[in-house]
Ligand binder design. Structure first.
Ligand code: HEC
Length: 386
């Protein structure tokens, strides 16, 4: 027995003929028909009298939905649920949220377009179009141009359509029937029942374990132990935070505190443990220029760039400063001196010694002796001779 007829289809030899056929079919008032060609044929939309696709509206709708979700999300999280001042901006700092709005708009719009295409063009959720797996389909993906009119069309008349196709110069005409219904074993009631029972059993067991069993002694011991939650009010010290500041004098592991902290004019200082290698001096120069030069000037002359905003420091080329031991300069960086603040937290220990070494270079350069010039002269002559 033949299955119910789905459509009558015809194959044509050339693109001109298929355009003519599509035009004729559309002109006769058929609406439920489609054309299959091995490649896109120009002018086909016009010949088939297709209206512009409605897909754009789906994209627009979901795009705007994305924008709205973005707005609600950013507003709710940043102004209602967890208001947080970031960089002095207002809670609802729209310009900062534009990337989020944009991303959500694009995300929903593209996903909607892709799934919309599946739904519009492939009739999702169905994936078994009756023209699949037919000789007609094979030929139209090879070198023929095909057209079919569905039996569901209100003007459908099998013999009339066949005559029309023959008149238009069809090389072959097919009756396309609905395919046999295939039954899949996983949809059998027995299997479905088995799936449902498994699902219910596993969910039930999980629910009972997580919501009941874990609250029964002794399983609850772990969760009921005394503890302080971070950023909460302390249970033991009312009105104080649960996170305590370390006891005064606490020292981090592996950290040796600076022994002369807080002492002005110490009688004892550290000795410089770091040699002034080229690499070390480069580091010192870099750190000096970042952290010291704003006040002390690029060459230590005390020509501050912060004139009028901060007291001018003395020159680092005074006799006093040149006679400082390395450890003393290190001490001034670490501890500060009078109005000069401590730079302990800006520069590491190693960087501090590098700065000390670099200041020594500046001092030496500014206060060169006759003997230094001799050395430089010899060096110069040696280079010139080469
Ligand atoms: C904000 C400005 C400022 C910065 C930055 C600064 N200093 Fe000073 N520094 C001063 C002032 C002001 C004094 C003078 C303090 C005083 O009255 O004893 C001073 C004093 C000194 C002295 C002692 C000079 C002397 O003859 O007593 C040394 C050494 C020194 N600074 C080194 C540094 C080093 C190294 C850095 C970079 C890590 C640095 N300073 C960064 C402002 C600054």
């Amino acid at each position: 027995m033949r299955n119910r007829l789905f459509a009558v289809a015809a194959l044509f030899e050339s693109p001109d003929k298929i355009i003519k056929a599509a035009d004729a079919v559309a002109s006769q008032g058929f609406r439920k028909f489609d054309v299959n060609t091995p490649y896109p044929v120009h002018g086909m939309d016009k010949a088939m009298k297709l209206k512009p696709s409605k897909l754009g509206f789906v994209t627009l709708f979901f795009g705007l939905t994305g924008t709205a979700i973005g707005l609600i999300l950013t507003y709710w999280t940043m102004s209602v649920d967890y208001p947080l001042v970031i960089g002095g901006k207002p809670f609802f700092a729209l310009p900062a949220f534009i990337p989020i709005l944009f991303e959500l708009t694009v995300l929903l719009a593209t996903l909607a377009t892709v799934f919309g295409m599946f739904a519009f063009f492939f009739n999702l959720p169905h994936n078994d179009h009756p023209i699949h797996d037919t000789e007609y389909m094979k030929m139209t993906s090879y070198d023929k141009y095909g057209i079919y009119i569905e039996s569901a069309d209100e003007h459908f008349d099998e013999s009339k359509i066949k005559r029309l196709f023959t008149d238009l110069g069809a090389v072959k005409i097919y009756d396309l029937a609905y395919p046999e219904k295939i039954t899949y074993p996983i949809f059998e009631p027995k299997f479905v029942t088995f799936l449902i029972i498994t699902f219910v059993a596993v969910s039930g067991a999980t629910y009972l374990t997580l919501n009941k069993l874990l609250y029964i002694t002794p399983f609850n011991w772990m969760m009921d132990q005394l503890r302080e939650d971070v950023q909460d009010v302390s249970q033991y010290l009312p009105d104080q935070p649960s996170m305590r500041t370390p006891v005064q004098g606490t020292v981090a592991r592996g950290f040796i505190p600076y022994p002369y902290k807080g002492i002005n004019n110490p009688t004892e200082v550290l000795t410089n443990p770091i040699l002034p290698t080229q690499e070390n001096l480069n580091l010192g120069r870099k750190k000096y220029l970042s952290y010291c030069s704003p006040c002390h000037g690029n060459f230590g002359n005390g020509d501050s760039r912060l004139r009028g905003q901060f007291p001018n420091p003395p020159t680092l080329h005074s006799k006093r400063a040149r006679e400082f031991s390395d450890g003393m300069i290190y001490h001034i960086i670490t501890n500060g001196q009078n109005v000069m603040p401590s730079y302990e937290s800006q520069v590491t220990r190693e960087e501090r010694w590098a700065i000390v070494n670099y200041i020594r270079v500046l001092q030496r350069a500014k206060n060169a002796q006759e003997s230094d010039l001799e050395v430089a002269k010899k060096e110069f002559e040696k280079n010139a001779a080469q």
